[in-house]
Design a protein around this ligand. Sequence first.
Ligand SMILES: [Ca+2]
Ligand SMILES: [Ca+2]
Length: 270
Amino acid sequence: MTFYFLILNKLQQHSNLSGRVFCQAHEMDPIYENSDFIFSKIASGKNSSQHKGNSTEKQEREVTSPTWTKVLLTLLGFSLVLALGGLCALWMIYNHKLAAQEINSTAMKKEFNYLTARYNILRKCMSLNNAQSCNLSVDGWIACRGKLYFFSSDELNWWSSRDACVSKGADLVTITSQSEQDFLVSNVSHWIGLNDLDTEGHWVWVNNQTLTETGVQFWSRKGVIQPNNHRSEDPSGENCVSLGDGKNVLDYWYDASCKTRKRFICEIEY
Ligand SMILES: [Ca+2]
Ligand SMILES: [Ca+2]
């Protein structure tokens, strides 16, 4: 509003400089009458006093030049065009962002559908494998009866072996059945997830299950009966268990020093 008052004030100054147009009240155009009324409200004190003095003599009124009215209308029109252009720009930006979001949403849906399809295929393969044999291998993991097993090629002590399994999202294997025991037997000795680290003679699995809870145990009874907690190599005794002794017997459990480096078996359920 201040901007338009300044324009109107400028118009009046121009009118004063360029000469005044006087006319009789009965000859004035109604539009000019309104313009004169506005001028009489906003004009300076000097100009107002001049109008009052003149009105008593001839009832003359000061009117705005038509040229400046056109300028004012042109400015107003230009302002409207700018405002309309701004709205159009905002509308285009909004539509652009909306389109980008729709593209991202479409890409995510496509990726989700792809992963769902891959998951369903994998589940079918595993189901088929459950019904037949445990020989499906994916990235070093072998699927068997609802579990994935990883047989390491590295040899680590028991704690590092467990850490390696945990880093893969798994843990050292827990043996809970004869069929699982038979599947895991190989020609190499591996660490499994059984230990009596907390209490000597109290064997627990890494998932805190006891041998009583799982219902099966496969200690070696050939030669020296296991577990024997032998201390000749490690004064702390034998507190971790491997499947096989790494020598002659491979299909039974042996307690051994946890510091011994052996291969290990990781397990994860799916
Ligand atoms: Ca022990
Ligand atoms: Ca032993």
